[in-house]
Ligand binder design. Structure first.
Ligand SMILES: [Zn+2]
Length: 73
């Protein structure tokens, strides 16, 4: 169980999470549903569509988290 962890994808977050998750639950909750859906969908289609669409979705998710956190502080 320890070899399959990676840091949360959100900026400034070092929480270690399982490999199949993109972000820790706290940060993931800040990502709008539409973007969450894109992340999940592009991840499922990785083998077909490659990393491009997935990387785009991740970039949008990270930006959404940064904006949500910036707005809160
Ligand atoms: Zn996080």
């Amino acid at each position: 169980m320890t070899d399959d962890m990676h840091p949360c994808a959100a900026e400034h977050c070092t929480t270690q999470i399982p490999r199949h998750l993109l972000m820790c639950p706290g940060d993931w909750a800040l990502v709008p549903r539409a973007i969450q859906g894109r992340v999940v969908r592009t991840y499922q289609n990785l083998s077909r569509d490659g990393w491009g669409p997935y990387a785009d979705a991740i970039a949008d998710a990270r930006q959404a988290v940064a904006q949500a956190q910036g707005g809160k502080k």
